[in-house]
Design a protein around this ligand. Sequence first.
Ligand code: PPY
Length: 349
Amino acid sequence: MLEHEQVVIRTGRRSRLPVIVAVHSTALGPAAGGLRLWHYRDWRDGLDDALRLSSAMTSKFAVAGLPSGGGKTVVALPQGTKPDAARHRDVLHDVADVIASLGGAYATGPDVGTGPDDMAVIGEITPHVFCRPAHQGGSGDSSPHTAQGAFAALRAVSRRLYGTPSLAGRTVAVAGLGRVGAALARLLAAEGAALTVTDIDPDKRTIGEELGAVWAAPEKILGADVDIVVPAALGSVLDRQTVADLRCRAVVGPANNQLATPEAAELLHERGIVWVPDYVASAGGVIHAVSVELHRLTADEARARVDAIERTVDDLLDTARSRGQSPAQAAGELARRRLGAASGPAGRP
Ligand code: PPY
């Protein structure tokens, strides 16, 4: 059964690339979710990604307690290609056409492969776009806020496991040093955590050196002998094998869709490893963007909402423990309860 409200798949008229916009739910409000520009073996794999990522956005907003729905856009680039600047603009305008045709049911934002400047280009065609640069009326780069939110989640986990929210002296492995991963690694280093880091791009080694971090091979990072592992790159990293190989006490990070299979959450729980659902730990970026651009909060108020992820995770871990559930089950129930209490798709009674 298709659980999404609508999915548009269109060959972009300018780029001739497959543009996939998945609106999972508008039960809590108009949908939001970023634009992922990524390489796929087959565009159908991009469709799978859009379906899963948009569903996670619905949960992200529900658990954050915000009146927005979940959506996501994927443009599936053929493997081994990189659009030049002109074609890149064409892709963004093709995406903007689809978003404009949805009449406000969905607004996009940044995701893997896109940033504020790309949002400005989409804004040439449709106003339904978050995170344009500040001088163009947007809330700008969301990655520092996503990092801040993941940091808040890490504090809650630290309190649970070690009795203090401080990460000073904790050993932490950060898997991925993109915009979010690097910002989070900086926050952790500033707090006094001892870092092990990696990225598939060896040029990112300089960031590790700057932070006094140990560099690990990408395939070794999940099994690192550390207190906490932080997935901060692409998803689907937790499966039967990688969960069996973990040596940490917690997995908490800003990567979306960390589970390769849903049962990985229960395998983590059986091993006594705390896993904070990705859609909880990664919500800082959207929380900030929606708070500033839709709810007109000040920077300080938006920041307080992002920092409140710490409290949300505290509560989820308490609830999970008292019910003998995994945090994933507790978060899923919370999301379903909030969605079930909603009246229906946005704009309809
Ligand atoms: C996500 O949180 O996964 C996103 O899609 C990022 C985002 C940020 C701001 C508005 C919409 C989406």
